[in-house]
Design a protein around this ligand. Structure first.
Ligand SMILES: Cc1cc2nc3c(=O)[nH]c(=O)nc-3n(C[C@H](O)[C@H](O)[C@H](O)COP(=O)(O)OP(=O)(O)OC[C@H]3O[C@@H](n4cnc5c(N)ncnc54)[C@H](O)[C@@H]3O)c2cc1C
Length: 324
């Protein structure tokens, strides 16, 4: 019995969600009372395996093969399948990345198992694993218990578990190479150069500080005020949906159920009401500060600090104080 977290890297750099998923795996392993194993896949990934082994995990297993140098669904599904067959875990967890969405259904269908995607919580109830999944754009949470025998397969939503909650271990965890056989003839696709985001595209999921604007900003001419505050704080600018729908900011800056899920240290919400579709994308922030002139705005229910005031008075004062 073990929990196996399949981490993700590309070109020798971690995907930021890998350690969030290891944190989720640590909670699940503690609840099940079993070891936590982390799989690192790729070619030439010994350095990354050592980094994973520095965390409080039971073991790191390395699947290092030239056929895994670049991502292909055939190669990765074959590699993880063999790892699962050799390790026989109870639970296999993945970060809910684009890559996982691509190969995990193939892997799990091949094993005749269900794939529980985009979970936002894991618990053990009476010895049974229970996953929490959001339904209807985050309006409802459903508890889902997988039927049948282990192993169970699930992916974890970005921003739900905190990577920084994962403690470093004492001595490094043991690192073991797994032998897998990947026949290059099995790989039916030839990867091209990875997709490059548009130049200057922002990765809100990696931002430590986010200043987010809502309809309370009133006019696109007022956006520079929020930009100035974001710059004074060294943070990124984000927005609620109406701001992006209006074309005042690009879609890549939208936070919420149809935008990004973020988990910064500080989320400063300016003139955002706190609709559920927005809140699901940012409630994982460590500290939430809301400025809203309506004291009944739902955003105050989840804010750590609330300022009931006109943002056009508070924001310039904040900028002036930060510049001092
Ligand atoms: C299927 C679906 C998906 C959706 N996906 C998303 C999503 O991904 N992200 C998202 O954000 N929304 C999403 N929405 C929309 C969501 O339901 C809300 O409509 C939206 O979040 C509201 O944005 P807002 O808070 O900026 O605007 P409003 O709800 O209009 O709130 C504006 C707030 O600003 C305050 N305010 C006004 N003037 C000032 C001032 N001078 N100073 C301080 N405060 C002021 C007001 O009191 C008010 O609380 C989705 C909706 C649907 C149906």
């Amino acid at each position: 019995m073990s929990v196996l977290v399949v981490s993700e890297q590309a070109g020798g750099a971690w995907h930021g969600m890998s350690f969030e998923t290891i944190a989720a795996g640590a909670e699940a392993a503690a609840a099940l009372g079993c070891p936590l194993q982390v799989a690192v896949l790729g070619s030439g990934v010994a350095g990354l395996a050592a980094e994973a082994a520095a965390k409080r995990v039971s073991e790191v297993v390395v699947i290092d093969d030239p056929a895994l140098a670049a991502y292909t669904p055939d190669g990765f599904a074959a590699a993880v399948r063999q790892a699962v067959e050799q390790l026989n875990p109870t639970l296999v967890l993945f970060p809910h990345t684009y890559q996982v969405r691509d190969f995990a259904p193939k892997l799990t269908a091949g094993l005749g198992k269900a794939f529980l995607s985009d979970a936002v919580g894991i618990a053990v109830d009476d010895g049974k694993l229970v996953f929490v999944r959001r339904l209807f754009q985050g309006k409802l949470n459903a508890d889902v218990t997988p039927a049948g025998d282990a192993p169970y397969f699930a992916s974890i939503q970005s921003g739900v578990f905190r990577a920084d909650a994962l403690p470093d271990g004492g001595a490094p965890a043991p690192v073991r190479n797994l032998d897998v056989v990947i026949d290059p003839a099995q790989i039916r696709t030839r990867p091209e150069a990875p997709f490059q985001e548009a130049k200057g595209a922002v990765d809100l999921t990696a931002a430590e500080i986010i200043v987010s604007v809502g309809r309370g900003i009133k006019d696109p001419e007022n956006i520079p005020l929020a930009v100035e505050l974001a710059q004074a704080l060294g943070g990124e600018l984000a927005a609620s949906r109406p701001i992006c729908d209006n074309g005042w900011l690009p879609l890549e800056r939208q936070v919420g159920s149809s935008g990004q899920t973020v988990s910064p240290n500080l989320y400063l919400a300016l003139g955002i009401s706190g609709a559920i579709q927005h809140v699901v994308g940012m409630k994982g922030a460590k500290t939430i500060v809301a400025i809203n002139k309506d004291e009944g705005a739902p955003i105050f229910e989840i804010a750590d600090y609330g300022i009931v005031a006109d943002l056009f008075e508070v924001v310039p004062a904040l900028i002036a104080a930060l510049k001092e």
